[in-house]
Structures are given as C-alpha cells and as structure tokens.
Design a protein around this ligand. Structure first.
Ligand SMILES: [Zn+2]
Length: 340
C-alpha cells in the first residue's frame, strides 16, 4: 500500500509500505476513505519534535472495515467507521469516566500511521464507532473532522465549561480553535470571542458562531478580552496552540472562578505557581478523549446540524501529501484533507 513517511523535518514522502495485518484478535483493518494532516504533525515537520528514524504519519481517519480479529464483536466488515488518535478499550474505569485517551490499554494510532491506504486499528470494539449506514460523499470530510479536530475542540469547550450565559474566548485559530468556537456555540454559549488575525479564519469563526474577534495577542490580547468583559475576563477560555504565550494568554484572559480548557500539545510551557495560585482559575485539558464524544458528534453530523468539514480548505490526493504539509506549515491552508 501507499503511505506517508516523514524522514526528517520538512522531508515528507509517500512510499510503498507493507499492508497491515491483524496482530491482536481485537484489531481491525480498515480501508481508509479519507485522512488528513494535523497541526500536531507540524511539530516534527518543523523540527520542534525530533524525527529519529523514518516515521509513518497520520492519526486521523475514517474508512470501511475490511477485516476484524477473532475477538471483535461489535465492528463488522463493510461498516463505515470513525475512530480517534488513541485506541481505547471503552470498558476500563478511566474510559467509563470519559477519559478514553488515558485508557489503561490505550494505543497511540499515530505510531501506526493513518495517512495511508490501509490502517490497523487496535481495540476495534472500543475505538471505532460505525455510522448508521454508508455516508454520502459530502459527509466524509465532516466525519473525518470528528476523528480529531472536532472532538478535540469539543473537549476544550466542555473542559472550559462553555454553556448558556457564558462568555467564551478561544486562543488559536487553527482547525481545533475554529471547531472549539463551533462547540461553544452548540453548547449554548452566549458570547464567543475568537482570537485571530487571519481574515479567512475570522470569517469561518464567525460562521461557526463567534460574536467578537480579537486580533491582539499576548498581553494586548488579554487586555482586549478584559475590556470586552467589564474588566473581569471570560468565564471560559479554550487554549488551542500549546505555547507559553498562548497558555498564559488563556489563563490571564479567564476571570477568577473561570475555567481554561487547554488542547494545544504543550511545548516548553512553564506555569508560574504564584500567579496560578492567585488567579483562582480552573485548568483542565490534555489529549482529548474524542471517543467520549463520537456518538453524539456523528449524530449531529448525520442530521446535518453541524458542518465541521469546512476547516478543510485544501484537498489533495494522498500522493501529494508533501504539498499538503508545506501548505499548512506556511499557513496557506488551515487543514489539508488527503483523498484516497
Ligand atoms: Zn479504557
């Protein structure tokens, strides 16, 4: 099969890889219908995370089940399925509490690499959620968005306790930040402030429910949020970048008693204890337990209540994955969908 392999920062190639096979009796093999490039794939691409050896890439996927292991009971060949970036058993105490991405049996799908024609998905019964029937073609991008960026943005909004009567601010205008706006809107937030200085992203943020746009960042961004909230700060702030500046921007934009939902994979973030102590801010986040939200998100998509697929503003065949990475790295694209 063909699949994306990263050899070094900036060096992404599409190569022949071995077809995956069932290894554990709980595995499934899916034929990938569509996959995409994640903002987190840009960390190694930019050399901020090290690439020690050629690595299969990709952790977002939707596809049709080809084969299942002998212990798989709920997932059957022919089904169209959505899964997330951590395989999980959906039965342990941690999964039952809704934290599938910390499942005691979790397996990172990123190490398997779903930017490929086929993928082996571990713990298929716990990980994969089937759609009611085969989806029409136009729903495939929206379902693919649920695999990571929608589920992640949704978790951020839930972690930040976005809801009726709340003012929500979103730090970060990548796909996750934009879909956190959508999630906050769906959860009933009264006012949603998107922090973005890129016009096309501001436009999509407004379409997804943003009521205000703040272009300033850092301390100036914090001052603007305070100005918009009577000097208090937002009730709920969603952080979707993962840098020191974005994390402090989020914490300082939150009012005492408010909540920060942090989603950006933290890179060299150091929190000042004393400031945190006096902030009275709740912090909750981490790798999103997307599996918790998949049934609800698939239902909203199936009934066409939400359209998270609009974050894909570049669609390329898998063979042109290198151009997809480059376009996202240069911020020419919000998110690249790869067709198969
Ligand atoms: Zn579990």
């Amino acid at each position: 099969m063909r699949g994306v392999v990263m050899h070094a920062p900036g060096d992404v190639r599409v190569e022949d890889r071995d077809d995956p096979t069932i290894i554990a009796p709980t595995d499934a093999i899916i034929r990938v219908s569509a996959t995409c490039i994640c903002g987190s794939d840009l960390w190694p691409y930019r050399g901020i995370e090290h690439v020690h050896e050629p690595a299969a890439m990709g952790h977002e996927y939707v596809g049709i089940v080809e084969e299942v292991g002998s212990e798989v009971q709920n997932i059957t060949p022919g089904q169209f399925v959505v899964g997330s970036f951590f395989a999980s058993d959906n039965t342990c105490e941690i999964c039952q509490a809704g934290y599938h991405s910390s499942c005691i049996h979790r397996v990172g799908v990123g190490s398997i690499g779903t930017q490929a024609q086929l993928a082996r998905i571990p713990l298929a019964d716990g990980t994969l959620v089937a759609t009611p029937e085969l989806p029409p073609a136009d729903l495939i991008p929206t379902l693919l968005a649920a695999s990571d960026v929608l589920g992640t943005g949704w978790f951020g909004a839930v972690a930040a306790e976005a809801g009726p009567g709340k003012t929500v601010a979103v730090v970060g205008d990548g796909a996750v930040g934009l879909l956190a706006v959508l999630a906050a809107k769906q959860l009933g937030a009264q006012r949603i402030i998107a922090m973005s200085r890129h016009e096309p992203r501001q436009k999509l943020a407004r379409e997804y429910g943003a009521t205000d746009i703040v272009e300033e960042r850092g301390d100036a961004g914090v001052a603007k949020i305070k100005e918009l909230t009577g000097g208090l700060g937002a009730h709920s702030v969603i952080e979707a970048v993962g840098t020191q500046e974005s994390m402090m921007q989020a914490i300082r934009s939150t009012r005492p008693g408010g909540h920060v939902g942090y989603l950006g994979v933290a890179h060299n973030v150091q929190l000042p204890g004393e400031e945190l102590f006096f902030s009275h801010v709740h912090l909750h986040g981490g790798p999103a337990p997307v599996r918790r939200f998949l049934p609800e998100l698939i239902d909203l998509i199936w009934r066409r209540k939400i359209n998270p697929g609009k974050v894909f503003d570049l669609t390329l065949p898998l063979e042109q994955a290198a151009e997809g990475y480059k376009a996202m790295d240069e911020r020419r694209a919000i998110k690249t969908l790869l067709t198969l």
